[in-house]
Ligand binder design. Structure first.
Ligand code: FAD
Ligand code: MLT
Ligand code: ZN
Length: 695
């Protein structure tokens, strides 16, 4: 293979530059490659596996590979003889269809074809591939592989979960009756693919097929791409939305949940979403809807290799009515962008949360996110006026109503608010936005104990009732963590180290002097009653932002400290913080948390913060790493405590993969049955976000 000093592999999806800058860079790198290399080949990857592709790239490291958006790559070549970069190279542009890449090299076609014709890697099939043989697991003790290896007993429940009739008989995994994993020619579901892997059946072949070759103005067709074959990749690839660099889609915000999706689709329209779901439903292919991937319960990443449908390209604001404040937009619009858009028109989003720069309105609706001002502006169940949703079979339910009142029949949209992608994909949203307040005041109080946090809340309601827009609290451990990890922030209340708690309260009103007077009176009263040891009223927008940055920075700081076990629990106010105290005690009793022996302690600390105004605490257990000993000490203890105290195991983050199996701590069997019936009605094949939520 010829060697060159100019080695470079470019994958558009890996370039850090986004948007126009990234596209321009790809165009210029491709043109540089046109000038450097003699040959350009179009290739197609069958059964994409990143590790094998990496091997190929390493072996061809003197050549250049490009995986980019077909449209951008075509632009680099030119789309017609008039604008083509090299003689007749626009003929390659026309062949950039579906799941293809480019290889620029100085190697002659014989060498290239010889290498790629031989290069094949057998691997496990994933969902969407057709089975190449029938596989039946007989009744009796379950074995696998050529050596009839016994199945590990701790995997029995997984097999059962995947549809087999196994049980443990004297510690041996035993199949009650023969189980047909798949029939030859059948399209594999995620469960079937998983079972085949457990039984060591490799049915996929990673292969790169060279399709076309361009050299010195001449185009040679070496193989026809089977764009019409009905496998998942080609159908979905025709949408032009396949992505290759999947790491960021497969790992959640906390880096706690990792999926194995090999296909991420980023549709641009409701029609594309409908086409994809219709196809997936007909082929029994499981999907995982994904918004901004800021969810905290593992709902937005796949469990196995479900196809991820990411809504980021559906990011248009469709309309805004300046009279009523109703905004209609695509589900993939980032919350902050929506807030800025309506903000420029004198309105604000009723929902605000620390992840606003990344999360999407469709994700917010699907988790029924609560956020920082629910106390004042209410939940999405009230502010969402209508939704456009694509059901599992591709049916589009269009109910983008802009009406505040509509009593015709069942209010179907409510089903999808908080459904966590289990019933369909939200593609459009109609939401009522309130007027932006003329005056905003923010105060931070240092509070000696939790009882006084509640006293301050009562006092704030009586002094500030109609203008109170947020009442948040955090313990001093949370503050210390923020100051440790977010260097740009400082404590606005220095010398308050003795205070165990801090309260952030905010007012939204219409008259600044009037509001300030009220909040000052509140502060005076709180100080007089010694409900707080110190307090600070933000002067100007900068200080308002700085105080909020501390509260909003807590999740980020927890993430920077290490592994974090997060619980978002609703409880009656009187027992809100005691949750943190009893869990800390339990961890100490179980010798999982050794406060005086940091080296041997699995847990670093236990801290709490949250939305007092909504009766919602965020218990965070910071640990050195994710470890089953820590988890076993916390769960189900934390859920038992919640149930005993009439709380809910999820106040706002949802169930996801984390809490699906614990739903019965908050809902009765009858309610769970009705939920499951609704799920079966709307998604009879169970393709929507399986293994989570209702399990
Ligand atoms: P994702 O994480 O991508 O998905 C979340 C769930 O919704 C998944 O089950 C997914 O399958 C589903 N889903 C996503 N989009 C769609 C769609 N279009 N159609 C159907 N299903 C879909 N949450 C709060 O409630 N309050 C807070 O104050 C809060 N603060 C946060 C602060 C930080 C720093 C972080 C990281 C998270 C915070 N969260 C909070 C959690 C999270 O941001 C919210 O749950 C948010 O609503 C998730 O939106 P997303 O677009 O990131 O969705
Ligand atoms: C918050 O209120 O900050 C969020 O819900 C995120 C979290 O719980 O960490
Ligand atoms: Zn929260």
């Amino acid at each position: 293979m010829p060697k060159s000093k100019r080695q470079k592999i470019v994958n558009l999806t890996k370039t850090s530059k986004k948007g126009k800058e990234g596209k321009d860079e790809l165009v210029s790198l491709m043109r540089e490659a046109c000038d450097t290399f003699k040959h350009c080949y179009i290739f197609k990857v069958n059964n994409m596996r990143n590790n094998y592709l990496k091997d190929v790239r390493n072996e061809w490291n003197t050549s250049r590979f490009f995986f980019g958006k077909n449209k951008v790559m075509a632009k680099a070549f030119g789309n017609s003889p008039e604008d083509e970069y090299k003689s007749n190279i626009s003929s390659l542009s026309a062949r950039l269809v579906g799941n293809v890449g480019l290889l620029f090299t100085n190697s002659e076609p014989e060498a290239v074809l010889e290498y790629f014709n031989k290069f094949e890697k057998q691997d496990y099939a994933r969902a969407g591939i057709k089975a190449n043989e029938t596989v039946v697991i007989p009744a009796g003790p379950v074995v696998r592989g050529e050596d009839n290896e016994k199945f590990p007993h701790n995997m029995e429940s997984q097999l059962r979960h995947l549809g087999m009739t196994t049980s443990l008989v004297n510690g041996v995994v035993t199949n009650q009756k023969p189980h047909t994993i798949c029939k030859k020619g059948e399209t594999l579901s995620a469960e079937q693919a998983q079972l085949l892997k457990h039984f060591y059946y490799q049915m996929a072949v990673f292969k790169i097929s060279i399709l076309s070759h361009w050299c010195d103005g001449k185009l040679e067709i070496l193989a026809e791409d089977e764009v019409n074959n009905e496998d998942a990749e080609s159908i979905l690839g025709k949408l032009g939305v396949l992505e290759f660099d999947l790491e960021s889609y497969n790992v959640d915000w906390m880096k706690k949940y990792k999926g194995k999706s090999e296909i991420v689709l980023r549709p641009k329209s409701v029609q594309e979403v409908s086409e994809v779901l219709k196809y997936c439903n007909s082929e029994n292919l499981a999907v995982c809807p994904q918004g901004g991937n800021t969810g905290l319960v593992g709902g937005g990443v796949s469990v196995f290799d479900e196809i991820i449908i990411q809504l980021g390209r559906m990011n248009e604001i469709r309309s805004f009515d300046e009279q009523s404040g109703v905004a209609v937009c695509d589900a993939g619009v980032i919350l902050e962008n929506l807030d800025n858009f309506v903000g420029e028109r004198g309105y604000m989003c009723p929902l605000d949360l620390g992840a606003k720069g990344t999360c999407q309105i469709g994700g917010n609706i699907s988790t029924n996110a609560g956020g920082l001002r629910l106390l004042r502006y209410g939940s999405l169940h009230g502010t969402v006026l209508g939704l456009e949703v694509v059901l599992a079979d591709g049916t589009v339910l269009n109910n983008l109503s802009m009406l505040r009142k509509d009593n015709t029949g069942l209010d179907l949209k409510q089903l999808f608010i908080g459904a966590e992608g289990s019933l369909g994909i939200v593609t459009g949203v109609s939401i009522l936005t309130p007027k932006k307040p003329n005056s905003v005041n923010v105060a931070l109080l240092a509070v000696p104990n939790y009882e006084f946090v509640l006293e301050n809340f009562k006092l704030a309601k009586s002094h500030l009732g109609e203008i109170l827009s947020a009442f948040e609290f955090f313990d001093s451990k949370s503050l210390q963590l923020v100051l440790k990890h977010l260097n740009q922030l400082r404590n606005p209340l220095p010398n308050t180290e003795d205070s165990k708690f801090y309260v952030l309260l905010e007012t939204h009103g219409s008259n600044f002097e009037h509001d300030q007077e009220k909040i000052e009176m509140f502060l005076e009263a709180a100080m007089e009653k010694e409900f707080c040891s110190n307090g600070s009223l933000a002067q100007g927008e900068g200080q308002v932002r700085d105080i909020w940055a501390i509260r909003e920075g807590i999740p980020e700081a927890c993430g920077k400290e290490g592994a974090v076990y997060k619980y978002d629990i609703s409880l009656p106010l009187k027992s809100l913080y005691s949750l943190c105290e009893v869990v800390e005690k339990k961890l100490i009793n179980d010798k999982i948390y050794l406060p005086n022996d940091f080296e041997n302690s699995l847990v670093k600390q236990v801290l709490g913060y949250g939305h007092v105004g909504d009766g919602n605490i965020h218990l965070n257990i910071s640990a050195k790493q994710y470890d089953s000993r820590v988890l076993n000490s916390i769960e189900p203890f934390v859920y038992e405590f919640t149930k005993k105290n009439q709380g809910s195991i999820s106040a706002e983050h949802g169930l996801g993969v984390m809490k699906g199996k614990f739903i019965s701590y908050s809902k009765s069997d009858e309610m769970i049955t009705v939920m499951k019936n609704i799920k079966n009605l709307l998604d009879p094949n169970g393709i929507m976000n399986p293994y989570k939520f209702l399990v």
